[in-house]
Design a protein around this ligand. Structure first.
Ligand SMILES: NC(=O)c1ccc[n+]([C@@H]2O[C@H](COP(=O)([O-])OP(=O)(O)OC[C@H]3O[C@@H](n4cnc5c(N)ncnc54)[C@H](O)[C@@H]3O)[C@@H](O)[C@H]2O)c1
Length: 337
């Protein structure tokens, strides 16, 4: 049985990955190393917590001794590094933890992978490393990296570091750069859950700037299917873009959510734009489609409906989150609205 170190497996995408793999495969053993920051939540993993092919370790990827101990104990075949501070707005409020977790943490994992030897290291990255597009064009894997936020610059740094471990030491590293994800278990600070939850609570829906920033949306399971394929077939030293060609203006996503929930558009409130806000992301995923045979399976209209349904059915999940620290963060960002 192949053993995988999955980091950040209690967050949004990582927990969906763990649930997806343990439901669909019986030939992989997953060790989930997660620090359980504000974004990590073991509730996401209730269905699999006692699975025979699964073990959870609470810990920090920057902790050299712990990471070394886990590599020694488990002799991992693969590493998939989902762990990261992931929210652009938080990186603007304070960047240090982004560089510690995303850069230093990735370095610790790469060094251990080099020391012990592994078959594949998958670095989960983002299209945000490419910077911002004008009204036309798409990011390809050869688009120069040009990040604009502390978050995206920390991700770009870890990508380049990972690639350097391939070139210098021959470590079999593969990078995936995915567009914006949506689906169950996404932390309420991100656009889609934020708008669903505020609508349900009758609160204002804060929309940055003119609301015309464009993001390219992919369902989280499609992303994770791509990660699974890259893990097994991705060529070492390569970058693969992942996206579903579903560009949407932020304001249109917000209006769509309001209409599905039959709430008034009067709840929308335009707020001061995010500093350095990237205007448009759009991804060309033809490389992974042509070379590895992946393609998105989830249709946006159905998957967004299912996502909204999930938040309606799982109020306990998000009601437990939007208290305490979250309220403080929300107030810092959006004031009393
Ligand atoms: N959400 C998106 O739309 C998106 C798109 C493309 C790429 N990504 C990338 O995918 C990965 C996962 O994103 P997400 O949205 O699930 O993030 P998330 O914030 O929901 O989850 C991150 C997880 O990492 C854990 N973590 C953070 N720092 C850690 C550390 N030092 N040690 C161990 N665990 C730590 C957290 O506890 C949490 O469980 C990130 O690398 C992100 O950059 C996200």
């Amino acid at each position: 049985m192949k053993k995988i170190l999955v980091t950040g497996g209690a967050g949004f995408i990582g927990s969906n990955f763990v649930n997806y793999i343990l439901t669909n495969r019986d030939d992989l053993f997953l060790v989930n190393l997660d620090k359980l920051t504000y974004a990590g939540n073991l509730e996401n993993l209730k269905e699999v917590e006692n699975h025979k092919n699964y073990s959870f370790i609470k810990g920090d990827i920057t902790n050299n001794e712990l990471v070394d101990y886990l590599f020694k104990k488990y002799s991992f075949n693969y590493v998939i590094n989902f762990a990261a501070e992931s929210h652009v707005d938080r990186s603007i409020l304070g960047s240090e933890v982004f560089f510690r977790s995303n850069v230093v943490g990735t370095n610790v994992l790469l060094e251990a992978s080099r020391r012990y030897g592994i078959e594949k290291f998958v670095q989960i990255s983002t299209d945000e490393v490419y910077g911002s597009l004008g009204p036309t064009g798409l990011f390809t894997e050869t688009t120069p990296v040009s990040p604009n936020s502390p978050y995206s610059s920390s991700k770009a740094a870890s990508d380049l570091m990972a690639l350097s471990f391939f070139h210098t030491f021959g470590l079999p590293v593969v990078i995936t750069r995915c567009s914006n994800n949506y689906g169950p278990f996404q932390f309420p600070e991100k656009l889609i859950p934020l708008m669903i939850i505020n609508s349900l609570n009758g609160k204002k829906l804060p929309v940055y700037g003119d609301g015309l920033n464009v993001r390219d949306w992919v369902y989280v399971i499609d992303h994770n299917r791509a990660v699974e394929i890259v893990l097994e077939q991705g060529k070492a030293g390569e970058v693969y873009n992942i996206g579903a060609s579903r560009e949407m203006k932020n304001i249109n996503i917000v209006k769509l959510i309001l209409s599905k929930l039959t709430k008034p558009e009067g709840l929308i409130e335009y707020v001061k734009d995010r500093p350095g806000h990237d205007r448009r992301y759009a991804i060309d995923s033809s490389k992974i489609q042509n070379e590895l045979g992946w393609k998105p399976e989830f249709d946006f209209e159905n998957a967004i409906n299912e996502t909204i349904e999930w938040y309606l059915k799982n109020k306990n999940w998000w009601q437990g989150i939007i208290t305490g620290e979250y309220q403080k963060y929300y107030k810092t960002l959006y004031g009393d609205r």
